[in-house]
Ligand binder design. Structure first.
Ligand code: NAD
Length: 382
Protein backbone atom coordinates (compact mmCIF):
# COMPACT_ATOMS: atom_id res chain seq x y z
CA UNK A 1 0.00 0.00 0.00
CA UNK A 2 1.39 3.40 -1.02
CA UNK A 3 1.64 5.66 2.08
CA UNK A 4 0.99 8.73 0.00
CA UNK A 5 -1.50 7.37 -2.51
CA UNK A 6 -3.27 10.37 -4.06
CA UNK A 7 -6.26 10.91 -1.77
CA UNK A 8 -7.58 13.83 -3.84
CA UNK A 9 -8.50 11.55 -6.76
CA UNK A 10 -10.33 9.04 -4.49
CA UNK A 11 -13.92 9.15 -3.28
CA UNK A 12 -14.56 9.43 0.48
CA UNK A 13 -15.62 5.75 0.43
CA UNK A 14 -12.30 4.75 -1.18
CA UNK A 15 -10.40 6.74 1.43
CA UNK A 16 -12.39 4.99 4.16
CA UNK A 17 -11.42 1.64 2.70
CA UNK A 18 -7.75 2.67 2.38
CA UNK A 19 -7.68 3.89 5.99
CA UNK A 20 -9.49 0.83 7.34
CA UNK A 21 -6.89 -1.40 5.67
CA UNK A 22 -3.93 0.72 6.75
CA UNK A 23 -5.17 0.85 10.37
CA UNK A 24 -6.18 -2.82 10.46
CA UNK A 25 -9.77 -2.05 11.51
CA UNK A 26 -12.12 -4.93 12.32
CA UNK A 27 -15.33 -5.44 10.25
CA UNK A 28 -17.37 -3.86 13.11
CA UNK A 29 -15.05 -0.85 13.25
CA UNK A 30 -15.22 -0.46 9.46
CA UNK A 31 -19.00 -0.48 9.68
CA UNK A 32 -18.98 2.22 12.38
CA UNK A 33 -16.72 4.39 10.21
CA UNK A 34 -18.96 3.78 7.18
CA UNK A 35 -22.15 4.69 9.07
CA UNK A 36 -20.67 8.07 10.10
CA UNK A 37 -21.64 10.16 13.12
CA UNK A 38 -20.98 7.34 15.52
CA UNK A 39 -22.95 8.80 18.42
CA UNK A 40 -26.31 7.19 19.29
CA UNK A 41 -28.76 9.60 20.90
CA UNK A 42 -28.86 7.62 24.15
CA UNK A 43 -25.05 7.88 24.46
CA UNK A 44 -25.21 11.61 23.68
CA UNK A 45 -27.88 11.95 26.36
CA UNK A 46 -25.49 10.44 28.92
CA UNK A 47 -22.70 12.90 28.02
CA UNK A 48 -24.13 16.40 28.57
CA UNK A 49 -27.31 18.07 29.88
CA UNK A 50 -30.42 19.09 27.92
CA UNK A 51 -29.56 16.96 24.85
CA UNK A 52 -31.76 17.52 21.80
CA UNK A 53 -29.68 15.79 19.11
CA UNK A 54 -26.16 15.19 17.81
CA UNK A 55 -23.92 17.19 15.46
CA UNK A 56 -21.59 15.65 12.90
CA UNK A 57 -18.30 17.05 11.55
CA UNK A 58 -15.89 15.65 8.94
CA UNK A 59 -13.09 13.29 10.01
CA UNK A 60 -9.92 13.68 7.96
CA UNK A 61 -6.77 11.62 8.26
CA UNK A 62 -3.12 12.62 8.13
CA UNK A 63 -0.86 9.92 6.74
CA UNK A 64 2.85 9.56 7.30
CA UNK A 65 3.17 11.38 10.65
CA UNK A 66 6.50 10.03 11.94
CA UNK A 67 7.14 10.63 15.65
CA UNK A 68 10.11 9.01 17.40
CA UNK A 69 10.52 6.66 14.44
CA UNK A 70 6.93 5.35 14.54
CA UNK A 71 4.52 6.17 11.71
CA UNK A 72 0.97 7.21 12.65
CA UNK A 73 -2.35 7.66 10.93
CA UNK A 74 -3.68 10.77 12.66
CA UNK A 75 -7.44 11.47 12.68
CA UNK A 76 -8.58 15.09 12.70
CA UNK A 77 -12.12 16.34 13.31
CA UNK A 78 -12.72 19.92 12.18
CA UNK A 79 -14.70 22.15 9.86
CA UNK A 80 -11.90 24.28 8.30
CA UNK A 81 -11.08 23.28 4.70
CA UNK A 82 -7.29 22.93 4.44
CA UNK A 83 -6.29 22.10 7.99
CA UNK A 84 -5.81 18.38 7.28
CA UNK A 85 -3.75 18.83 4.12
CA UNK A 86 -1.50 21.43 5.81
CA UNK A 87 -0.73 18.94 8.58
CA UNK A 88 -0.13 16.12 6.10
CA UNK A 89 2.19 18.24 3.95
CA UNK A 90 4.11 19.36 7.05
CA UNK A 91 4.35 15.73 8.18
CA UNK A 92 5.64 14.75 4.73
CA UNK A 93 8.41 17.37 4.84
CA UNK A 94 9.38 16.20 8.33
CA UNK A 95 9.29 12.51 7.34
CA UNK A 96 11.77 13.18 4.53
CA UNK A 97 14.19 14.50 7.17
CA UNK A 98 13.79 11.85 9.91
CA UNK A 99 10.40 12.86 11.34
CA UNK A 100 9.56 14.49 14.66
CA UNK A 101 11.47 13.87 17.89
CA UNK A 102 9.26 14.08 20.98
CA UNK A 103 9.43 13.83 24.77
CA UNK A 104 6.82 14.18 27.51
CA UNK A 105 7.39 15.38 31.05
CA UNK A 106 4.80 13.07 32.64
CA UNK A 107 1.05 13.18 33.32
CA UNK A 108 1.38 15.63 36.19
CA UNK A 109 -1.67 17.79 36.91
CA UNK A 110 -1.98 20.65 39.39
CA UNK A 111 -5.05 20.82 41.63
CA UNK A 112 -5.64 24.09 43.50
CA UNK A 113 -7.40 24.71 46.81
CA UNK A 114 -8.10 28.31 47.80
CA UNK A 115 -8.22 29.16 51.52
CA UNK A 116 -9.34 32.68 52.43
CA UNK A 117 -9.54 34.62 55.71
CA UNK A 118 -6.07 33.47 56.77
CA UNK A 119 -4.56 35.96 59.23
CA UNK A 120 -0.89 34.93 58.79
CA UNK A 121 -0.66 33.43 55.28
CA UNK A 122 3.13 32.90 55.20
CA UNK A 123 3.10 30.88 58.41
CA UNK A 124 -0.04 29.06 57.25
CA UNK A 125 1.89 27.87 54.17
CA UNK A 126 4.55 26.31 56.42
CA UNK A 127 1.88 24.60 58.52
CA UNK A 128 0.39 23.11 55.33
CA UNK A 129 3.78 21.75 54.28
CA UNK A 130 4.26 20.26 57.77
CA UNK A 131 1.08 18.21 57.14
CA UNK A 132 2.18 17.08 53.67
CA UNK A 133 2.02 13.34 54.37
CA UNK A 134 -1.46 13.54 55.92
CA UNK A 135 -2.76 15.69 53.03
CA UNK A 136 -1.39 13.30 50.41
CA UNK A 137 -2.85 10.26 52.18
CA UNK A 138 -6.26 11.88 52.31
CA UNK A 139 -6.11 12.98 48.65
CA UNK A 140 -5.18 9.49 47.51
CA UNK A 141 -8.11 7.95 49.39
CA UNK A 142 -10.27 9.70 46.75
CA UNK A 143 -8.89 7.58 43.88
CA UNK A 144 -7.72 4.08 44.85
CA UNK A 145 -7.85 2.99 41.17
CA UNK A 146 -5.38 5.66 40.14
CA UNK A 147 -3.13 4.84 43.10
CA UNK A 148 -3.24 1.11 42.25
CA UNK A 149 -1.98 2.02 38.75
CA UNK A 150 1.05 3.83 40.21
CA UNK A 151 -0.48 7.32 39.99
CA UNK A 152 -2.02 9.67 42.54
CA UNK A 153 -1.08 12.76 44.52
CA UNK A 154 2.66 12.86 45.32
CA UNK A 155 3.51 16.42 46.35
CA UNK A 156 2.03 19.50 48.02
CA UNK A 157 2.90 23.15 47.39
CA UNK A 158 1.55 26.20 49.25
CA UNK A 159 1.77 29.87 48.33
CA UNK A 160 0.40 33.09 49.86
CA UNK A 161 -1.55 35.37 47.52
CA UNK A 162 -2.19 39.08 48.19
CA UNK A 163 -5.38 40.13 46.44
CA UNK A 164 -7.90 42.99 46.24
CA UNK A 165 -10.13 41.09 48.68
CA UNK A 166 -7.42 40.21 51.16
CA UNK A 167 -4.71 37.58 51.72
CA UNK A 168 -5.31 33.98 50.84
CA UNK A 169 -3.37 30.74 50.72
CA UNK A 170 -3.32 28.55 47.64
CA UNK A 171 -2.42 24.91 48.10
CA UNK A 172 -1.45 22.90 45.04
CA UNK A 173 -1.59 19.12 44.87
CA UNK A 174 0.66 17.59 42.25
CA UNK A 175 -1.03 14.48 40.90
CA UNK A 176 0.16 11.85 38.45
CA UNK A 177 -2.98 11.05 36.47
CA UNK A 178 -1.28 8.39 34.29
CA UNK A 179 -3.39 7.75 31.17
CA UNK A 180 -6.33 9.97 32.20
CA UNK A 181 -6.68 13.67 31.43
CA UNK A 182 -7.44 13.80 35.13
CA UNK A 183 -9.72 16.82 35.68
CA UNK A 184 -12.38 14.87 37.54
CA UNK A 185 -9.75 12.87 39.41
CA UNK A 186 -7.86 15.87 40.75
CA UNK A 187 -10.99 17.93 41.43
CA UNK A 188 -12.25 15.11 43.65
CA UNK A 189 -8.93 15.09 45.51
CA UNK A 190 -9.09 18.87 46.02
CA UNK A 191 -12.59 18.58 47.46
CA UNK A 192 -11.45 15.78 49.76
CA UNK A 193 -8.53 17.71 51.33
CA UNK A 194 -10.15 21.18 51.50
CA UNK A 195 -11.68 20.74 55.00
CA UNK A 196 -8.33 19.57 56.39
CA UNK A 197 -6.57 22.61 54.87
CA UNK A 198 -9.19 24.94 56.37
CA UNK A 199 -8.59 23.30 59.75
CA UNK A 200 -4.77 23.57 59.48
CA UNK A 201 -4.84 27.26 58.47
CA UNK A 202 -7.88 28.44 60.41
CA UNK A 203 -9.26 29.85 57.13
CA UNK A 204 -12.20 29.18 54.87
CA UNK A 205 -12.00 26.92 51.82
CA UNK A 206 -13.52 28.17 48.57
CA UNK A 207 -12.33 26.95 45.15
CA UNK A 208 -11.16 23.34 44.72
CA UNK A 209 -10.30 22.74 41.09
CA UNK A 210 -7.51 21.81 38.69
CA UNK A 211 -5.34 24.32 36.86
CA UNK A 212 -5.46 24.02 33.07
CA UNK A 213 -2.00 25.59 32.97
CA UNK A 214 -0.40 22.14 33.09
CA UNK A 215 3.24 23.25 33.26
CA UNK A 216 4.41 19.88 34.57
CA UNK A 217 2.66 18.04 31.73
CA UNK A 218 4.48 19.25 28.64
CA UNK A 219 4.78 17.60 25.25
CA UNK A 220 8.00 18.77 23.58
CA UNK A 221 8.61 18.15 19.90
CA UNK A 222 11.42 19.21 17.57
CA UNK A 223 12.01 18.80 13.85
CA UNK A 224 14.81 19.54 11.38
CA UNK A 225 14.04 20.19 7.72
CA UNK A 226 16.80 20.63 5.17
CA UNK A 227 16.57 23.72 3.00
CA UNK A 228 16.47 21.50 -0.12
CA UNK A 229 13.36 19.70 1.16
CA UNK A 230 11.81 22.99 2.29
CA UNK A 231 12.31 24.63 -1.12
CA UNK A 232 15.54 26.61 -0.79
CA UNK A 233 17.27 29.20 1.39
CA UNK A 234 14.73 31.90 0.55
CA UNK A 235 11.98 29.76 2.09
CA UNK A 236 14.07 29.31 5.26
CA UNK A 237 14.47 33.12 5.34
CA UNK A 238 10.69 33.53 4.90
CA UNK A 239 9.82 31.13 7.71
CA UNK A 240 12.31 32.83 10.05
CA UNK A 241 10.94 36.27 9.14
CA UNK A 242 7.39 35.02 9.83
CA UNK A 243 8.51 33.63 13.18
CA UNK A 244 10.29 36.89 14.13
CA UNK A 245 7.09 38.80 13.29
CA UNK A 246 5.05 36.54 15.58
CA UNK A 247 7.65 36.63 18.37
CA UNK A 248 7.53 40.43 18.47
CA UNK A 249 3.85 41.12 17.77
CA UNK A 250 1.05 39.55 19.84
CA UNK A 251 -1.44 40.24 17.03
CA UNK A 252 0.57 37.94 14.74
CA UNK A 253 1.45 35.52 17.61
CA UNK A 254 -2.25 34.96 18.27
CA UNK A 255 -2.87 33.98 14.64
CA UNK A 256 0.29 31.87 14.52
CA UNK A 257 -0.89 29.99 17.63
CA UNK A 258 -4.38 29.60 16.18
CA UNK A 259 -2.74 28.03 13.13
CA UNK A 260 -0.64 25.69 15.25
CA UNK A 261 -3.70 24.64 17.27
CA UNK A 262 -5.40 23.98 13.89
CA UNK A 263 -3.17 20.91 13.94
CA UNK A 264 -3.41 19.94 17.61
CA UNK A 265 -7.05 20.60 18.54
CA UNK A 266 -8.71 18.52 15.78
CA UNK A 267 -6.72 15.46 16.93
CA UNK A 268 -7.80 16.11 20.52
CA UNK A 269 -11.38 16.42 19.29
CA UNK A 270 -11.17 13.21 17.23
CA UNK A 271 -9.94 11.28 20.27
CA UNK A 272 -12.65 12.58 22.61
CA UNK A 273 -10.38 14.92 24.53
CA UNK A 274 -11.25 18.30 26.03
CA UNK A 275 -10.22 20.84 23.38
CA UNK A 276 -11.08 23.82 25.58
CA UNK A 277 -8.66 22.57 28.24
CA UNK A 278 -5.93 22.10 25.62
CA UNK A 279 -6.50 25.55 24.09
CA UNK A 280 -6.63 27.32 27.49
CA UNK A 281 -3.36 25.65 28.52
CA UNK A 282 -1.67 26.50 25.22
CA UNK A 283 -2.54 30.21 25.29
CA UNK A 284 -1.73 30.62 28.98
CA UNK A 285 1.63 28.90 28.38
CA UNK A 286 2.26 31.22 25.43
CA UNK A 287 2.05 34.14 27.91
CA UNK A 288 4.27 32.66 30.61
CA UNK A 289 7.02 35.29 30.15
CA UNK A 290 4.48 38.09 30.65
CA UNK A 291 4.33 38.70 26.88
CA UNK A 292 2.14 36.62 24.56
CA UNK A 293 4.48 34.69 22.22
CA UNK A 294 4.19 31.93 19.61
CA UNK A 295 4.12 28.38 21.04
CA UNK A 296 6.49 27.22 18.31
CA UNK A 297 10.01 28.43 17.65
CA UNK A 298 11.99 28.31 14.37
CA UNK A 299 15.76 28.68 13.97
CA UNK A 300 18.45 28.28 11.31
CA UNK A 301 21.09 25.60 11.77
CA UNK A 302 24.79 26.20 11.18
CA UNK A 303 24.39 24.53 7.77
CA UNK A 304 21.51 26.83 6.77
CA UNK A 305 18.67 24.36 7.32
CA UNK A 306 15.51 24.93 9.36
CA UNK A 307 14.88 23.59 12.86
CA UNK A 308 11.74 24.07 14.87
CA UNK A 309 10.14 23.11 18.16
CA UNK A 310 6.92 23.24 20.12
CA UNK A 311 6.37 22.96 23.87
CA UNK A 312 2.74 22.58 24.86
CA UNK A 313 0.83 21.75 28.06
CA UNK A 314 -0.78 18.47 27.08
CA UNK A 315 -3.60 17.39 29.41
CA UNK A 316 -5.07 14.61 27.29
CA UNK A 317 -6.06 11.06 28.10
CA UNK A 318 -6.82 7.70 26.55
CA UNK A 319 -9.10 6.59 29.42
CA UNK A 320 -11.93 8.41 31.17
CA UNK A 321 -13.91 11.42 30.00
CA UNK A 322 -15.36 11.06 26.50
CA UNK A 323 -12.49 8.94 25.17
CA UNK A 324 -14.37 5.77 26.02
CA UNK A 325 -18.04 6.82 26.00
CA UNK A 326 -18.02 8.23 22.44
CA UNK A 327 -17.83 5.20 20.11
CA UNK A 328 -16.16 7.12 17.26
CA UNK A 329 -13.56 8.63 19.62
CA UNK A 330 -12.74 5.11 20.81
CA UNK A 331 -12.42 3.89 17.22
CA UNK A 332 -10.18 6.80 16.18
CA UNK A 333 -7.97 6.29 19.23
CA UNK A 334 -7.54 2.63 18.25
CA UNK A 335 -6.80 3.71 14.69
CA UNK A 336 -3.81 5.68 15.99
CA UNK A 337 -2.36 2.68 17.84
CA UNK A 338 -1.19 4.78 20.81
CA UNK A 339 -0.44 2.94 24.05
CA UNK A 340 -0.55 5.83 26.53
CA UNK A 341 -1.67 9.41 27.16
CA UNK A 342 2.00 10.37 26.79
CA UNK A 343 2.21 8.89 23.29
CA UNK A 344 -1.07 10.53 22.25
CA UNK A 345 0.12 13.88 23.63
CA UNK A 346 3.37 13.75 21.68
CA UNK A 347 1.51 12.97 18.42
CA UNK A 348 -0.94 15.83 19.06
CA UNK A 349 1.91 18.29 19.64
CA UNK A 350 3.77 16.97 16.56
CA UNK A 351 0.65 17.52 14.46
CA UNK A 352 0.53 21.12 15.72
CA UNK A 353 4.17 21.60 14.71
CA UNK A 354 3.54 19.97 11.30
CA UNK A 355 0.61 22.34 10.73
CA UNK A 356 2.70 25.37 11.69
CA UNK A 357 5.60 24.22 9.48
CA UNK A 358 3.49 23.92 6.34
CA UNK A 359 1.47 27.06 7.07
CA UNK A 360 4.61 29.18 7.51
CA UNK A 361 6.17 27.62 4.42
CA UNK A 362 3.06 28.50 2.43
CA UNK A 363 2.85 32.03 3.84
CA UNK A 364 6.54 32.52 3.06
CA UNK A 365 6.11 31.45 -0.56
CA UNK A 366 2.81 32.92 -1.71
CA UNK A 367 -0.06 32.60 0.74
CA UNK A 368 -2.75 30.21 1.90
CA UNK A 369 -5.49 31.54 -0.35
CA UNK A 370 -3.32 31.26 -3.48
CA UNK A 371 -2.37 27.67 -2.59
CA UNK A 372 -5.66 26.26 -1.40
CA UNK A 373 -8.60 28.20 -2.87
CA UNK A 374 -8.22 26.74 -6.41
CA UNK A 375 -8.34 23.15 -5.06
CA UNK A 376 -11.34 24.00 -2.84
CA UNK A 377 -13.17 25.52 -5.81
CA UNK A 378 -12.42 22.42 -7.91
CA UNK A 379 -13.84 20.22 -5.10
CA UNK A 380 -16.98 22.35 -4.75
CA UNK A 381 -17.58 22.26 -8.51
CA UNK A 382 -17.60 18.44 -8.62
P1 NAD B 1 -12.62 10.24 34.53
O1 NAD B 1 -12.93 10.63 35.92
O2 NAD B 1 -13.74 9.84 33.63
O3 NAD B 1 -11.53 9.07 34.50
C1 NAD B 1 -10.35 9.11 35.25
C2 NAD B 1 -10.35 7.93 36.21
O4 NAD B 1 -10.20 6.72 35.49
C3 NAD B 1 -9.17 7.97 37.15
O5 NAD B 1 -9.47 8.81 38.24
C4 NAD B 1 -8.99 6.51 37.54
O6 NAD B 1 -9.75 6.20 38.68
C5 NAD B 1 -9.59 5.74 36.34
N1 NAD B 1 -8.57 5.03 35.52
C6 NAD B 1 -8.72 3.78 35.01
N2 NAD B 1 -7.64 3.43 34.29
C7 NAD B 1 -6.77 4.47 34.35
C8 NAD B 1 -5.46 4.70 33.81
N3 NAD B 1 -4.83 3.79 33.05
N4 NAD B 1 -4.86 5.89 34.04
C9 NAD B 1 -5.48 6.82 34.80
N5 NAD B 1 -6.71 6.66 35.35
C10 NAD B 1 -7.36 5.48 35.14
O7 NAD B 1 -11.89 11.42 33.75
P2 NAD B 1 -10.76 12.45 34.12
O8 NAD B 1 -9.64 12.13 33.20
O9 NAD B 1 -10.47 12.55 35.58
O10 NAD B 1 -11.45 13.83 33.68
C11 NAD B 1 -11.56 14.16 32.32
C12 NAD B 1 -12.86 14.86 32.06
O11 NAD B 1 -13.03 15.97 32.95
C13 NAD B 1 -12.93 15.43 30.67
O12 NAD B 1 -14.13 15.02 30.06
C14 NAD B 1 -12.96 16.95 30.90
O13 NAD B 1 -13.70 17.59 29.89
C15 NAD B 1 -13.61 17.07 32.23
N6 NAD B 1 -13.38 18.29 33.02
C16 NAD B 1 -12.49 19.25 32.67
C17 NAD B 1 -12.30 20.38 33.47
C18 NAD B 1 -11.26 21.39 33.07
O14 NAD B 1 -10.46 21.13 32.19
N7 NAD B 1 -11.20 22.58 33.71
C19 NAD B 1 -13.01 20.51 34.65
C20 NAD B 1 -13.92 19.50 35.00
C21 NAD B 1 -14.09 18.37 34.20
Amino acid sequence: MDRFEDFSSMSAEERQEWTAQAAGLSPEQRELLRQGGGLPLEVADSMIDNVIGTYALPIGVVRGMVVNGKEYLVPMVCEEPWVVSCAEKGAELAAQCGGFHATYTGSIMISQIQITQVTSPHVACLKILEHKREILELANQADPVLVSLGGGAFDVEAKPLDTEVGSMVITQLLVNTKDAMGANAVNTMAEKVAPLLAQITGGKAYLRILSNLAVHRLARVRVSVSREVLGGSAVVDGVLAAHAFAWNDPFRACTSNKGTMNGASPVACATGNDIRALEAGAHAYASRSGVYRPITCWERTASGDLEGMIELPMAVGIVGGTTRTHPMAGLLLRMMHVESAAELGMVIAATGLAENLWTLRTLATGGLQAEFVPSLERRQET
